[in-house]
Design a binder for this molecule. Structure first.
Ligand code: KG4
Length: 358
C-alpha cells in the first residue's frame, strides 16, 4: 500500500467517524537546542503528521564542530520556512492545533532562546498554550512515537551532551539513577574521532570501525565508581596517549589497527552503561528499557543492549533512527502528555535554561 502524504494523514486523523468522534489533539513541536532547526506536528503524542529538520552539518564541518553564535543565526533564518513547510504539508491551520511545545533546555543558550522566542511569538499571536519541554524528557518521549508504550519504564539517554539512566515513573515524573561525572558518551566518541581524522560528529565512524575490530585488542581503563555514577575522562586521556605513543600505520595495516582501536574504545564506552543498566534493572524491577539519543544509533551499543535484554528478560525498546537524534516530533510528543496532565504550561514568562536537568 502506498505511504500516505502528511496531508492525507492529517485529513484522515481529523475526520470524525461514527464510532470515534473525539478530535485528536495536535501539537506543534519546536526544537533548537543545538544545531538542528526542527519543527513537527504530532497527533495525540504518538502519530507524526509532518516533520522537517534543517540540519547545520555542512556549516559544522567547515568549523569542525558547532559554533554557538552561527547556530543561533541559522535557527533564526530557518524557523519560519520550516514551520510554514510542516503546516503547508498537513493543510492544518492554527485553529486545528492545541498547543505549541518548545525545548527550553538544556542546550546552547542562544540556540534555545531563538526557538523559545519564536514559540512565544506564535502563542501570543494564536492564543495557543505554550508548553515548555525539557530536551531530555523529549528524548525519552521519542519512545512513545508509533507505539503504545506507557510509563513506568527505564530509559537510557545517550547523546552528545548526556548519558543518563532514568526511571520514568510517569510521563512527567523522572528520577535520574545513573549519570556521567564528566563527559557524555557521544562527546568522548566525537573527540577521539576528531583526533583520528574521522570528521565531526564522528560517533558513527567509530561505530562502523568498531564492528570490524576486536574489542579486547587494547585494554582501555574503566573508572571504578559507585553504582549510579560513571566517568569517561580517564578513558579519553588514555586513548589520546595511546594514539600519541603508537603508530596506526598505513593502508590495510592501518585499517585493521584502527578497527581494533575503535572496537576496544567503544567497548570501554559501552561497558559502564551496561553495568549500570544491569544494576538499575534489578533494583527497579522495571520490565521495559527505552533507549534514545544520538549514540543509540550505534550498532555496537545495540548488540550489547540486545545481549542484556536476553540475559535479563527485559523488553528492549529503541525508536526509529530519526527519532533517536535531535528532532521536534519527540518535543511535540512530550508536549502532548504535559498538556494532558497540565504540567509545564506557561503564560509566556518562560526562560531558556542552558543547564536544565530532568
Ligand atoms: O542526540 P544527538 O543527535 O544530539 C545531542 O547531542 O543532543 O546525539 C549526537 C551524538 C554525537 O556525539 C554523535 O557522534 C553520536 O550521537 N552518534 C553516534 C552514532 N550516530 C550519532 N554514536 C555512535 N554510533 C552512531 N551510529
Amino acid at each position: 500500500m502506498a505511504t500516505k502524504t502528511p496531508r492525507e494523514a492529517a485529513a484522515e486523523i481529523t475526520a470524525k467517524t461514527p464510532t470515534n468522534d473525539k478530535q485528536p489533539t495536535m501539537i506543534l513541536g519546536i526544537e533548537t537546542s543545538c544545531d538542528d532547526t526542527a519543527v513537527a506536528i504530532v497527533a495525540d503524542g504518538r502519530r507524526v503528521l509532518a516533520e522537517h529538520i534543517a540540519s547545520q552539518d555542512e556549516l559544522n564541518r567547515l568549523y569542525g564542530g558547532v559554533v554557538p553564535e552561527l547556530a543561533s543565526r541559522r535557527h533564526l533564518e530557518m524557523l519560519v520556512p520550516v514551520t510554514k513547510k510542516v503546516l503547508r504539508e498537513t493543510d492544518l491551520t492554527w485553529s486545528d492545533l492545541s498547543g505549541v511545545a518548545v525545548t527550553y533546555g538544556p542546550g546552547l543558550a542562544g540556540a534555545l532562546l531563538t526557538g523559545l522566542s519564536f514559540a512565544k511569538a506564535l502563542t501570543l499571536a494564536t492564543g495557543l498554550p505554550l508548553i515548555g519541554v525539557n530536551h531530555l524528557a523529549g528524548h525519552i518521549a521519542a519512545n512513545y512515537i508509533d507505539t503504545d508504550l506507557e510509563p513506568p519504564f527505564l530509559a537510557l539517554v545517550v547523546s552528545g551532551g548526556n548519558s543518563q539512566i532514568v526511571r520514568v515513573n510517569d510521563y512527567v515524573d523522572f528520577e535520574i539513577r545513573a549519570d556521567t561525572r564528566d563527559d557524555a558518551a557521544g562527546e568522548v566518541l566525537d573527540k577521539i574521532a576528531r583526533e583520528l581524522g574521522l570528521g565531526f560528529p564522528g560517533g558513527a565512524a567509530i561505530d562502523a570501525y568498531a564492528l570490524k575490530g576486536i574489542p579486547t585488542a587494547l585494554d582501555f581503563p574503566r573508572a571504578r565508581l559507585d553504582t549510579g555514577e560513571f566517568s569517561y575522562s580517564g578513558l579519553k586521556t588514555a586513548a589520546l596517549q595511546w594514539l600519541r605513543r603508537n603508530d596506526l600505520g598505513e593502508g590495510e595495516l592501518r585499517e585493521g589497527r584502527l578497527a581494533d582501536f575503535c572496537a576496544s574504545y567503544m567497548q570501554a564506552v559501552v561497558d559502564p552503561l551496561i553495568d549500570n543498566l544491569r544494576a538499575e534493572l534489578s533494583a527497579s524491577g522495571y520490565g521495559t528499557l527505552g533507549v534514545s539519543g544520538g549514540v543509540s544509533a550505534s550498532r555496537f551499543l545495540r548488540c550489547e543492549l540486545q545481549i542484556l535484554a536476553e540475559e535479563t528478560g527485559i523488553k528492549l525498546h529503541i525508536p526509529a533512527m530519526r527519532y533517536c537524534t535531535d528532532n521536534a516530533a519527540m518535543i511535540a510528543a512530550q508536549g502532548y502528555f504535559q498538556l494532558k496532565l497540565g504540567s509545564g504550561i506557561y503564560p509566556g514568562d518562560l526562560d531558556a535554561v542552558a543547564n536544565l536537568t530532568l
